[in-house]
Design a protein around this ligand. Structure first.
Ligand code: AMP
Length: 425
């Protein structure tokens, strides 16, 4: 099969690494890809927003399957464009991708389908939004409706903070049009889990669960980032919880979106809170998580390609083999990230890091001008290790991270250690 993967971050590197192991693969092309993906794929410089260019590339490459990694092109309708041209596409069309593209739409679907989630209200005016915050009481969560690169959810400890958050979204327009509508919701307490399921438009199968670490500093302190690390499996997601999440959340979500006339072909990433009252949805994403994908791909048994292909074509979905191993991804970031950071700094030690048994280094923000790999983004590398259990994978990942050097690099030292504490307690 000829495959085209759209995207150029750590998530897409992990997908390409896994797909490259498939005996069914003939040719792998990535747009735009990155220097790490270039080991497995022919990389074509192209923006993921250049839908015309991507359609032409798929035609030129006679792609049997197109896998769309990031949410922005999905929400903007890239999968529809490609399907209209007859391509099999892994990734939902715009109507279904609204599950991520509009939090108000997602909450409305959950209400209609009876899916457990936080109490909420949707507002286009600041005054009633502020009044609803008072009705719920602090802490409360204020969310920009649209895509905001993971930064649009503001957890507010006090009503004064909530007032500021509403001002930032609706009056100062810090998130642009994404914040013109806000969702105000009840604060949920519990453990957060990222749950992944595949759908072919009619049926669905669970894939895996992981946990990520969103804040920049150890102990879940500091600003939110795109994700500083992830691990799988998650101790609290036992077989019974998997089955409950499928029954109460995932299956009704796919059924609800199909009733809306938008059958879902791709991966659904459900952000869950395991509350005292059971699992509840925090958010939907219409693609793999980054960096959860790195850990899930590393731990995954069997061939990924037939799963993605069946989902894309609406064919019967094979049951994914349960992962027998654990995996941990530690993100190594540029100095200053998630604020301003320099780029173009030389990176040393990637090969040495990959000599640690079980380790693969996924590239996220790197470039390869003449003379060697340099930094080119905030999250630079995802150092990923597989082992028999999470503590052993943590150990291997940090042994590898210690071999990587670039000026100003920083990373969290506690990735995967939350799981160890849970298991011990
Ligand atoms: P989101 O962009 O909706 O995933 O939100 C980002 C983060 O904010 C989540 O991963 C949670 O840690 C937190 N969050 C969002 N909504 C809630 C909620 N209703 N209760 C508690 N925490 C939340």
């Amino acid at each position: 099969m000829n495959l085209l993967v759209v995207g150029g971050g750590g998530r897409e590197h992990a997908l390409c690494w896994k797909l490259a192991q498939s005996p069914k693969l003939s040719r792998l092309v990535a747009a735009p890809g990155n220097p790490g993906m270039a080991r497995h794929a022919a990389c074509v410089a192209m923006s993921v927003d250049d839908h015309d260019g991507i359609v032409r590339l798929a035609e030129r490459e006679r792609a049997d399957l197109v896998v769309v990694g990031p949410e922005v092109p999905l929400v903007a309708g890239l999968a529809d464009r490609l399907r209209d041209k007859g391509f099999a596409v892994f990734g939902p069309g715009a109507a279904a991708a609204a599950l991520e593209g509009s939090k108000a739409f997602a909450k409305d679907l959950m209400t209609r389908a009876g899916i457990p989630t936080a109490r909420y209200g949707t507002f286009t005016e600041a005054a009633p939004a502020r009044a609803f915050c008072r009705e719920l009481g602090a802490p409360v969560v204020v969310k920009a409706d649209g895509l905001a690169a993971g930064k649009g959810a503001i957890v507010c400890a006090t009503l004064a903070d909530a007032d500021v958050a509403i001002t930032r979204c609706m009056e100062r327009r810090e998130f642009g049009v994404a914040g013109a509508t806000v969702v105000v919701e009840e604060f949920l307490r519990g453990e957060e889990v990222s749950f992944f399921a595949l759908s072919n438009g009619a049926a669905c199968v669970p894939l895996s669960a992981a946990q990520d670490h969103k804040t920049v500093f150890d102990g879940d302190r500091g600003a939110n980032t795109g994700g500083m690390g992830a691990f799988t499996p998650v101790a609290s997601m036992d077989a019974a919880m998997h089955a409950r999440v499928m029954r109460e959340i995932v299956e009704p979500t796919f059924a609800g979106i199909a009733r809306d006339g938008a059958p879902y072909r791709g991966v659904l990433f459900v952000g869950l809170m395991l509350t005292a009252g059971g699992p509840k949805v925090i958010e939907y994403n219409v693609r793999f998580g980054d960096p959860e994908c790195q850990a899930i791909m590393a731990a995954m048994e069997g061939d990924l390609l037939p799963l993605l292909d069946a989902a894309a074509r609406g064919a019967p979905l094979p049951t994914p083999d349960p992962a027998a191993r654990a995996a941990v991804c530690v993100v190594v970031a540029s100095g200053g990230y998630p604020g301003r950071y320099p780029t173009g700094l030389p990176i040393d030690g990637i090969d040495e890091a990959e000599r640690v048994p079980g380790v693969v280094v996924f590239h996220a923000g790197t470039a390869l001008p003449d003379g060697g790999v340099v930094t080119a983004g905030g999250r630079v590398l995802g150092v990923t290790a597989t082992a028999d259990d999470v503590p052993a994978a943590v150990e291997a990942a940090y042994t590898a991270v210690a071999r990587i050097r670039f000026e100003g690099m920083h990373y969290r030292r506690d990735i995967g250690r939350r799981n160890a504490t849970q298991e011990a307690s």
